[in-house]
Write a protein that binds this ligand. Structure first.
Ligand SMILES: NC(=O)c1ccc[n+]([C@@H]2O[C@H](COP(=O)([O-])OP(=O)(O)OC[C@H]3O[C@@H](n4cnc5c(N)ncnc54)[C@H](O)[C@@H]3O)[C@@H](O)[C@H]2O)c1
Length: 348
């Protein structure tokens, strides 16, 4: 299938190479409101200037035919660009966060329903081997019923551009990955209530808050505590963060792409398929994958279209992940008050 990429900035530039080495998709055109950048990028990657456009409208007027678009513009422009593409009849793969607000995300979902086209969010962190491995182990009951999840994320990325001016850059642009991962790896964790605080260290490069703590209570009473920083002067975690997951049958630690299982019963440390006993725990081999990260996203997007089903990270489902972010932002701006996530999702 043929895809047009809208937005060829810092992250978008990498997307082009991902599409070009993917077997499901052919990059047909690049579109960027900065037309000279679109032309430059097109030339750099072996397309011609005639394959570069300043807008989707210009591409349609040039009668270029595509099946889908990839939306890789800053979050504030996701809704306008995506709704235009859906209304023009294209399937849409949208960078995270789906939209700036839950209301805007609902507008995208409604447009996808009306157009009967796929709207998938690129939650690429779900498509990494360690996340897949942790999800499998939990689904196989290695930790039993999950009651406690602790996630720590620490980086200090030298960003410029739109993130520096956001009110809550960490929560909106980064934590969406971790809160969506929580829903992916622990599917039984159904978020019910959220309380959060956010703050900005004096040395932060961001205008808005680069640090946050989010406490999430599930419908069953399980708890997840997330602590994140985009201004960390301490040792850094991987982009996935470091995870401790505890349940009725044991615990899992996932950090630095290493997954360790700690069964509650010493007899369960005798054997776990794909794991080696070390220091009283089980070090688990990561599940193999030939299509990791964005290759996994592109494969799932194509498969869902071919099979006429919703993709794993469909916009409908992603409303719940975005609701966790919006609940955290609301709570943080109201002194850490408790926010009901279900009410937020259904209030639209
Ligand atoms: N999934 C990930 O791991 C990951 C990592 C980084 C960024 N992102 C996401 O990717 C998206 C883009 O981020 P970026 O860092 O590349 O941003 P960027 O600011 O570097 O680039 C955005 C590009 O979009 C263009 N643009 C803006 N509005 C447009 C419009 N209405 N129509 C056409 N072009 C428009 C700009 O000219 C620019 O070239 C964001 O949603 C961001 O959160 C995701």
């Amino acid at each position: 299938m043929r895809i047009a990429q809208i937005g060829v900035g810092n992250w978008g530039a990498g997307w082009i190479h991902q599409i070009q080495r993917n077997t499901d998709w052919t990059l047909a055109t690049v579109i960027d409101s900065n037309e000279s950048r679109a032309r430059q990028v097109a030339a750099d990657v072996g397309l011609t200037a005639a394959d570069a456009f300043p807008s989707l409208k210009a591409m349609i007027e040039a009668q270029i035919e595509v099946d889908a678009v990839l939306v890789a513009v800053p979050p504030v422009a996701h809704t306008e660009v995506t709704v235009e593409a859906l209304e023009a009849g294209y399937h849409c793969l949208i960078e995270k966060p789906l939209a700036d607000t839950l209301d805007d995300a609902r507008t995208i979902v409604a447009a996808a329903d009306k157009a009967q086209r796929s709207a998938m969010v690129s939650q690429n962190y779900r498509f990494k081997r360690a996340a897949r491995t942790v999800r499998r182990l939990i689904s196989e009951g290695v930790v039993g019923d999950v009651e406690s999840v602790n996630i720590v994320f620490k980086k200090d990325p030298p960003f410029d551009g739109f993130r520096l001016e956001m009110d809550e850059p960490l929560l909106m642009d980064m934590s969406i990955h971790h809160l969506d991962l929580l829903r992916a790896v622990v599917p039984a964790f159904e978020p019910a209530r959220v309380r959060a605080t956010s703050w900005n260290p004096t040395w932060s490069r961001f205008d808005g808050n680069a640090c946050a703590t989010v406490e999430i209570e599930s419908r069953s009473g399980a708890r997840a505590i997330y602590t994140g920083s985009w201004a960390s002067r301490s040792s850094h975690t991987t982009w996935d963060g470091s995870w401790d997951i505890e349940g009725t049958a044991g615990a899992l630690t996932w950090a630095d792409n290493e997954v360790i299982a700690r069964p509650a019963s010493v007899f369960d440390t005798v054997f776990l398929p794909g794991a080696l006993e070390q220091h009283g725990s089980l070090r688990v081999d990561l599940d193999p994958s030939t299509q990791e990260e964005r290759q996994g996203v592109l494969a799932e997007f194509a498969a869902a279209i071919h099979e006429g089903r919703r993709p794993e990270t469909d916009a409908h489902d992603n409303l719940w992940s975005l609701a966790l972010v919006e609940a955290a932002v609301r709570s943080a701006s109201h002194g850490g008050s408790l926010v009901d996530v279900e009410q937020l999702v259904h209030s639209g």
